[in-house]
Every structure is written in C-alpha cells, then in structure tokens.
Design a protein around this ligand. Structure first.
Ligand SMILES: NC(=O)c1ccc[n+]([C@@H]2O[C@H](COP(=O)([O-])OP(=O)(O)OC[C@H]3O[C@@H](n4cnc5c(N)ncnc54)[C@H](OP(=O)(O)O)[C@@H]3O)[C@@H](O)[C@H]2O)c1
Length: 273
C-alpha cells in the first residue's frame, strides 16, 4: 500500500490516479476532503502534515510514502511513518533546495530529515511548474493579457504530469533508493515566449505587459510569505545557470523526453478561454 500526501494537488492527483489504474492500493491524503469521488480502489484520509499524529491511521500497513513539504515537523511525520512500517519515502522537494539552500530552508530541512530517517529515500527536486501559468487565467480570460515580470528571462518549466510519472516510476520500480533527481522541462522559455505559446493554443493574440519587480512582488505576497516571494523573484529574475539548464533525469527515468510547454498549454487551454 502506498500513501500519497497532497493527493488533490496538481502532482498528487495524477500520482494517485496512475497508481490506482495500475491496481495499487492507495491512500490519498489532504487536509480537505476531495471535491470529486476518488478513483476506484483509493481511500481518502483527511490529515494535516502539520499534525503528524493525524497521519497515523492513513499509514498503517503502508510500504511507501509520497511526501510533500508541508508543516514544520518532518521528523514527527517520519517517525509516524517508520513506526507504521513504511520502508521507502519519496519526497517532493524543490530545485531551490540545491541551488539556493539558504533561501529554501523548509525543503532543505525535509530533505535532511528524510535522509536521516533510517528508511530508504528518494528526493525529487522540480523547478518551476507549468501549472504556475494558471496565475494568468484571469488576465487572459478577461483581457487577453498576460502581466509578468522579467519578460525575457528563460527557465524550463516542468509539466506536473511528468513529475507524477517520475514519482510513479520511483515508487514502483527498483533502483531509485538514495537518489536525488533534478526535474525540468525540455526547453527554457521566457514568460513572453510562454504567453506566445498560450496564444497559439487559444488561436487568438495575447498582449504581454512586463511588470516591474515591485508589481510582481505585491502580487506574490497575496499567495506566499515574504521570504518565499523574494526567493521566487530571485529565481525568475536572476536565475543561476543550474536553474536555467535543461536536466536529463526526466528522460532517463521515463525513457522519453519531458513534455513540452506547448503540450501542457494544449491540454489546459480551456481554463484560459
Ligand atoms: N509550483 C512550483 O513551481 C513548485 C516548484 C517546486 C516545488 N513545488 C512543490 O510541489 C508541491 C506540490 O505542488 P502542487 O502544484 O501539486 O500543489 P497544489 O496543487 O497546490 O496541491 C497541494 C496539495 O497538498 C495538500 N496539502 C497542502 N498542505 C497540506 C498539509 N499541511 N497537509 C496535508 N496536505 C496538504 C493540498 O490539499 P489541502 O489543501 O486540502 O490540504 C493539495 O492536495 C508544492 O507544495 C511545492 O512544495 C512547487
């Protein structure tokens, strides 16, 4: 049995669906009950990673845990998992844990705790998700306009469907214990280029407006704490060479190239109409 935390999110939902379709027994965990019926064979358990004891019942009989960085007590969560008999933890961390450890203390602390837990571990470090583009929905829907900072700074967005495919491979195949994988999309694209790809999927022009750093920061502060907003802006505006590089781990693990942003846009264009 495999426990998936963050099971109603972009990545966790796809991991849960794939494992269930492959006939695996899955327990899906999130703080809120899902708004739609879980796939056949999936039991949903309401729990909060900030309250490790709330996971106890979900973890009984589990062999593997797909763990999100959430809450402030990774050791507590891992103790509950180890006591329940979990043997392998797959952590969904962040590229920033490797490229900017001083700004990404939260994922760094989770990575350390997982490695010291005594269980087998695998760490996934994705860069920015293609789904971050959902921030543009309102502007594109209402004005056919994208407002974003650092118009011409390119980064390789990863499709969460690829993160999910990698997670499923790592959870179900041999050979991934003790490994850290850097997950990126197949090509670096700037915000202006991503807006053009989206316009192509819509079949209509989309105007690009470059925001100042301060305008973008004000927007980010509505959805994330100040240090995370500043670290995000640093990556978007002045990425390191490692953050701009296209990695090879997705293709090596899946035996096919990572999905393109155009593929993601084509699959999600309805949200922007
Ligand atoms: N977006 C990026 O560019 C990016 C880049 C690198 C890494 N990441 C990491 O990837 C993770 C997953 O991304 P995503 O897009 O799949 O997330 P998402 O769509 O926002 O979904 C988050 C999921 O986690 C659950 N959750 C959140 N806090 C929880 C808690 N304390 N206890 C239990 N469940 C909790 C949510 O459900 P409830 O709200 O009902 O609990 C939901 O199921 C992020 O949390 C982030 O750490 C993201």
């Amino acid at each position: 049995m495999i426990v998936i935390t963050g099971a109603t999110g972009n990545v966790g939902r796809a991991v849960t669906e794939q494992l269930a379709a492959a006939g695996r027994q899955v327990v899906a965990v999130s703080r809120n009950a899902p708004t739609s019926e879980p796939p056949a064979g999936v039991r949903h358990h309401v729990a909060d990673l900030a309250d490790p004891a709330s996971l106890t019942e979900a973890l009984v009989g589990a062999q593997a845990l797909f763990l999100l960085v959430a809450g402030d007590d990774p050791q507590g969560v891992l103790q509950v998992a180890a006591a329940a008999g979990v043997r392998h933890v797959v952590l969904l961390s962040s590229q920033g844990a490797g490229t900017r450890p001083e700004a990404y203390g939260h994922p760094v602390a989770f990575e350390r705790a997982v490695k010291e837990s005594g269980m087998a571990w695998t760490v996934l470090r994705p860069g920015g998700f293609a789904t971050n583009t959902f921030q543009w929905i309102e502007g594109v829907r209402t004005r056919r306009e994208v407002a974003a900072p650092f118009a011409d700074v390119a980064l390789p967005p990863i499709d969460p469907a690829d993160i999910a495919d990698v997670a499923v491979a790592v959870l179900t195949e041999e050979g991934h214990h003790g490994r850290t994988y850097e997950l990126t999309g197949p090509r670096a694209l700037s915000p202006r280029e991503r807006a053009e790809v989206l316009a192509g999927a819509l079949g209509e022009p989309v105007r690009f407006v470059e925001q100042t750093r301060d305008e973008a920061r004000a927007g980010l502060l509505h959805v994330m704490p100040e240090p995370v907003a500043d670290a995000t802006l640093a990556i978007l505006g002045t990425p390191t060479p490692a953050e701009q590089a296209v990695g090879s781990d997705v293709e090596r693990i899946l035996g096919r190239p990572a999905r393109t942003f155009a593929d993601w846009a084509a699959r999600h264009v309805a949200a922007f109409r």
